[in-house]
Ligand binder design. Structure first.
Ligand code: NZQ
Ligand code: ZN
Length: 388
């Protein structure tokens, strides 16, 4: 644990079948004006909208609504929400949905009282937030991003074709409380379920493939990966398996609520590539990550060979006897590729709508970072061509 840290996560989690019972007591901690945000249709179809609305009214709240938050939330929706917050003097932003709705809620929280252009100040310049922020809370319906317990907010500026993440300080925008009932995820379509599962796996790998020291966080990351693989297989067989869906939900929250990153350097280049892929194609986040991951890791494994060998041994149980480190590492990546196939995830960029002309634009515009190696534009282009 070579990197010093201070850590506190302010989100109170209510987890399980009875989690919603805690909503009234949580609502009592906030003023009476609530902005209720949600996605396109799923919460109305499932009946969750009516349930939440009833509880809000019983708690005496005045509710204004921002429906229709799209997957890969758009900056124009952030500005719309910021205006609603000012007009209605909102005391609490309640996001009901997946990562997109929660990310958008956080963006609205910091933008409502920002002077100047929040996109430029907070997502591009990375400025410190000094204006007042509005508390955010969430009721999670789709698992993957861990937005329910972190301070990340990934927003797409559609005009500029830029999808950019910002990690704010936890105390500022991490949800004050989040309600996690795994049963709410039963209605998530399979395509979205596997997208979320791979998003979790990618978060774990982005943190794992970096660093040379013997760090407890790496052991915890391995534990979360193993739990996720097992739960994913069970959920594929039976999507209504409570044990599987609840394990996936908690794997997701743990994977990116900062605990597993403590004292670690990290990679995050797969996410940077996916973000620009998303800006050009609007693909589902976890699907884009899965397509890019295998060629990315085949490209960089030599720079962190010992860690890729450990991944192969500890996660995929690849036999090592009589084999070189290079062979073991490559077999570990092959196992990752098989897992993606097992999840039924598309394997090429074409399948998510990318065209050949987009590849250089994506390579050029994505941020460059890395754990064992930072690829340049030419290398990213090579990676993209390898999965086109
Ligand atoms: O819009 P509705 O009708 O609600 O449908 C949604 C949406 O189409 C549907 N869905 C959600 N819950 C459902 C459901 N359908 C049926 N039943 C339910 N219970 O699922 C679709 C996807 O939802 P979305 O919120 O877009 O998915 P996800 O949670 O994967 O969020 C993706 C966004 O989060 C960002 C991604 O980049 C992307 O913009 N990320 C946020 C992070 C963070 N805050 O730390 C980190 C991640 O790496 C990621 O970048
Ligand atoms: Zn992600």
């Amino acid at each position: 644990m070579n990197i010093d840290f201070s850590f506190q996560n302010p989100t109170r989690i209510h987890f399980g079948r009875t989690a919603m019972q805690h909503l009234p007591e949580e609502l009592a901690n906030f003023g009476s004006n609530v902005l209720l945000m949600y996605g396109k249709q799923s919460i109305k179809k499932s009946g969750l909208y009516d349930e939440v609305m009833n509880l809000l009214h019983q708690a005496g709240k005045r509710v204004c609504e921002l429906p229709g938050i799209k997957s890969n939330p758009a900056y124009r929706q952030v500005l719309q929400g910021a205006q609603l917050v000012r007009e209605h003097n909102v005391d609490l932003i309640l996001a009901v949905g997946g990562g997109s709705v929660i990310d958008c809620a956080k963006a609205i929280s910091v933008s409502a009282y920002c002077e100047g252009d929040p996109w430029q100040r907070y997502w591009i310049n990375g400025e410190k937030v000094s204006n007042p922020v509005v508390p955010v809370a969430s009721i999670l319906t789709m698992t993957g991003t861990a937005s329910e317990m972190n301070a990340g907010s990934v927003i797409t500026n559609e005009e500029l074709k830029v999808k950019q993440g910002r990690v704010f300080p936890l105390e500022l925008v991490a949800p004050k409380f989040s309600i996690l009932n795994p049963e709410f995820t039963y209605t998530v379509p399979k395509y979205q379920m596997v997208s979320g599962i791979f998003d979790i796996f990618s978060h774990l790998m982005e943190q794992y493939f970096s660093g040379e020291d013997d760090c407890v966080s790496d052991y915890l990351l391995e534990g979360d990966m193993l739990a996720l693989i097992s739960a994913a297989r069970a959920a594929l067989k039976n999507p209504q398996d409570y044990e599987a869906r609840s394990n996936i939900m908690w794997c997701a929250t743990m994977a990116l609520n900062k605990i597993l990153a403590l004292s670690k350097t990290q990679d995050w280049e797969v996410h940077q590539i996916e973000h620009q892929l998303g800006a050009y194609t609007d693909c589902a986040h976890g699907i884009g990550l899965a397509i890019v991951s295998v060629p990315y890791y085949r490209h960089i494994y030599r720079y962190g060979l010992h860690r890729f060998v450990r991944f192969a041994k500890n996660i995929w149980h690849v036999p090592t006897q009589g084999r070189s480190d290079e062979q073991v590492a490559l077999e570990g990546i092959a196992c990752l590729s098989s897992f993606i196939a097992e999840l039924g995830i598309p394997q090429t960029l074409r399948e998510v709508g990318a065209t050949e002309e987009m590849l250089p634009l994506i390579a050029e515009s994505c941020n460059k970072c890395g754990g064992y190696h930072v690829p340049d534009t030419a290398e990213v282009l090579e990676i993209l061509k390898a999965c086109y």
